[in-house]
Design a protein around this ligand. Structure first.
Ligand code: FA5
Length: 353
């Protein structure tokens, strides 16, 4: 939180305490409020936790402000004890400061999406939007996974009960942003194509690194003479811009039906700086030997180009798709062990971003 937000927060805390003290109907209630706000583990002392460690100027400023807040609350308590209202109903202090509405901010995943969008816009990508509930055809068949193909099992899909479209089949919750690939080819028609697709995805999964609703961002580039070098260069550019210049991308051979060759994409672990162990000599438990998997990638399969009406003899392309939450948890200094926290509606957690 920056100083302005901290000041607002402290002011709200002080005003809230004074208002409650003014409203108190008994001595017991006043004593309870004293403990809640001024006690050793009270809200004002706990506020110190918001101050960044090692930030001397913030410490100095908020040391004084916290002291002022304590004095104001103490004075409110004393004045209320000395002048109890004749009756709780007829007592009003019109000079009391009003309660300020708390200031909110964007959810960390929205902040990450905005940052990712800007990074790719700088190199000429335009954000496209495609349905998050889509036909089986765009999610699977057009991506070289015909009906009953075993590769479909990997996507742990939520199916929608709906009548089947004669050409496009049933509806599913999109399992990945790759459903935008053939849609984008159909929309643009003739290459060059430079797509950035960011959307919600859904899979029947739930653990520390999987949520049943998550976000992916997908890049698709199709033109003449596009090679793996363009793919690797784009990934390294993203890693540098999003994490810092010491972070790079690694491609590991993998298999996807819709790309050939295919890769999994890892980034250097920002906790152990790619060493696989901490300065204490302990193994880094955040990553696998210095790298963390964030997405999948590859050269667009000729069958997918054909499905999009593009001649694979004239054009080639690359694509990659990554988890926004997974990419975000690697931000230096974040060390987010469990991405489910992002969706737990825990305000104390979310206020930190
Ligand atoms: C795909 O989804 C492919 N569509 C990626 C791709 C695009 C390959 C274009 C080739 C060309 P995969 O299932 O590995 O691949 O998911 C990609 C990333 O999405 C994962 O590495 C992870 O970062 C994220 N992800 C997948 N499932 C979840 C989940 N349940 N919760 C959070 N993130 C997830």
């Amino acid at each position: 939180m920056d100083n302005q937000q901290l000041r607002e927060k402290l002011l709200n805390l002080k005003n809230e305490a004074i208002a409650l003290i003014q409203d108190a109907k008994s001595e017991a209630e006043l004593e309870r409020l004293r403990v809640v706000y001024l006690g050793r583990k009270g809200k004002i002392n706990k506020f110190v936790g918001n101050i960044k460690k090692g930030d001397e100027s913030q410490k100095r400023e908020f040391g004084t402000l916290l002291n002022d807040a304590k004095i104001a609350v103490q004075e409110a308590l004393e004045s209320k004890t000395k002048n109890p209202p004749a009756s709780s109903e007829d007592w009003i202090d019109v000079t009391l400061p009003a309660k300020r509405p708390p200031l909110g901010h964007l959810h960390p995943v929205t902040q990450a999406i905005d940052e990712i969008t800007k990074i790719f816009e700088r190199i000429g990508f335009v954000r496209a939007r495609y349905p998050e509930v889509d036909y089986d055809y765009y999610v699977f068949s057009a991506l070289n996974m015909p009906a009953n193909h075993p590769a479909r099992d990997e996507w742990e899909t939520f199916f929608i009960k709906s009548p089947k479209h004669p050409k496009y089949g049933g509806l599913v919750l999109t399992t990945h942003t790759s459903n935008g690939q053939v849609r984008e080819m159909e929309r643009v028609g003739k290459p060059p194509i430079r797509m950035l697709n960011i959307a919600k995805c859904y899979r029947r999964q739930q653990d520390a690194t999987h949520t049943s609703m998550f976000h992916q961002f997908e890049i698709l580039v199709i033109d003449e003479n596009i090679t793996i070098q363009h793919l690797k260069g784009t990934l390294d550019y993203f890693a540098r811009e999003f994490y810092g210049k010491e972070i790079s991308a690694r491609l590991r051979p993998f298999h996807f039906q819709f790309t050939e060759p295919s890769f999994e994409v890892d980034f250097t672990c920002t906790i152990c700086q790619g060493k696989g162990q901490l300065d204490t000599g302990e193994r880094c438990r955040f990553c696998k030997s210095g790298w963390l998997e964030v997405g999948g990638a590859g050269m667009v399969h000729p069958a997918v180009l054909q499905a999009g009406g593009i001649d694979p003899k004239m054009y080639t392309g690359f694509a990659f798709g990554m988890g926004v939450e997974r990419a975000y948890r690697l931000k230096p200094g974040l060390k987010l062990d469990d991405i489910r926290l992002l969706y737990s509606n825990n305000l104390e957690f979310l206020e930190q971003f």
